[in-house]
Design a protein around this ligand. Structure first.
Ligand code: ADP
Ligand code: ADP
Length: 230
């Protein structure tokens, strides 16, 4: 069974008015993300990557097609599908007066994770933020906030973690740090999906790569075969 299965997914955004058919952001996309690896979703700006992630996150409805996460259909089994995935969004949004510890505890509350099963301190330690557990989020550096976002997405222990452009606009040191974190989570058994528009990043991290362009799937293969073709 695939970690994520995407079948004939099309997304057309609503029309802006008469004569506008609405933007076709995804055009009949199908692929599987196998369990256990690091999967790269590659494509230039405007390709449809965020649209696809937002569909997985349940934030955007698809126009047609079927998606399942860990075997749970996102339409018929929305609750289980949502629990099977953690999403690390591109934009950093934290209440500036919340501490990292509070951010994680709130998220655990949102997922109704029982007190005894919470692991906020372990998660903070995993992303090297233990010493900032009680600092206001507004005092964290950009890199710390990105690491906190990853911890937040792991609060409910999902088997699949999706990162939307995790290293866009970050410096070389932070990029290395984030790569190491992603690889460590993967070694611990989490299936990873990341979007990027850096081919080099996908080549370094991912076993498989899917490429979308103008809403169409133009490749879905192993990184090794992709490099051999180039
Ligand atoms: P990417 O993440 O690969 O940059 P997006 O999924 O953000 O691509 O965008 C795909 C296409 O859909 C783009 O042409 C974009 O302008 C359009 N689009 C994205 N969001 C919306 C929206 N809410 N309404 C209308 N068009 C949108
Ligand atoms: P709902 O659709 O159940 O109302 P939302 O999608 O509005 O939930 O999400 C509420 C909060 O939980 C937001 O902070 C959102 O970013 C976060 N969130 C939702 N789903 C996930 C997820 N799978 N991983 C991480 N954070 C999530």
């Amino acid at each position: 069974q695939a970690a994520i299965s995407i079948r004939n997914v099309t997304k057309r955004y609503a029309s802006a008015g008469r004569g506008d058919p609405g933007k076709l952001a995804l055009d009949d996309i199908s692929f599987d993300v196998p369990q256990g690896g690091i999967f790269g979703l590659l494509g230039p700006n405007g390709a449809g990557k965020s649209t696809l992630i937002n569909i997985l996150a349940g934030l955007v409805g698809k126009s047609s097609g079927a998606v399942s996460i860990w075997g749970f259909d996102i339409d018929n089994d929305r609750r289980n599908a949502k629990r099977a995935i953690g999403i690390v969004p591109q934009e950093i949004v934290f209440d500036p007066f919340f501490t990292p510890y509070e951010v994680l505890e709130n998220q655990a509350g949102f997922y109704a994770v029982p007190k005894d099963d919470r692991r906020s301190h372990d998660l903070l330690s995993a992303v090297h933020l233990s010493d900032k557990a009680n600092a206001y989020a507004r005092t964290l550096s950009g890199g710390m906030k990105r690491r906190l976002l990853i911890a937040k997405a792991m609060v409910h222990s999902p088997p699949v973690l999706v990162l939307d452009e995790p290293t866009a606009g970050v410096d070389v040191d932070l990029r290395r740090q984030l790569w190491e974190l992603v690889m460590r989570l993967n070694e611990e058994g989490v299936t990873i999906v990341l979007t990027t528009h850096y081919l080099e990043e996908a080549e370094q991290l991912c076993e498989r790569i899917a490429i979308i362009n103008h809403g169409r799937l133009i490749a879905d293969t192993t990184t090794r075969d992709l490099i051999a073709m180039a």
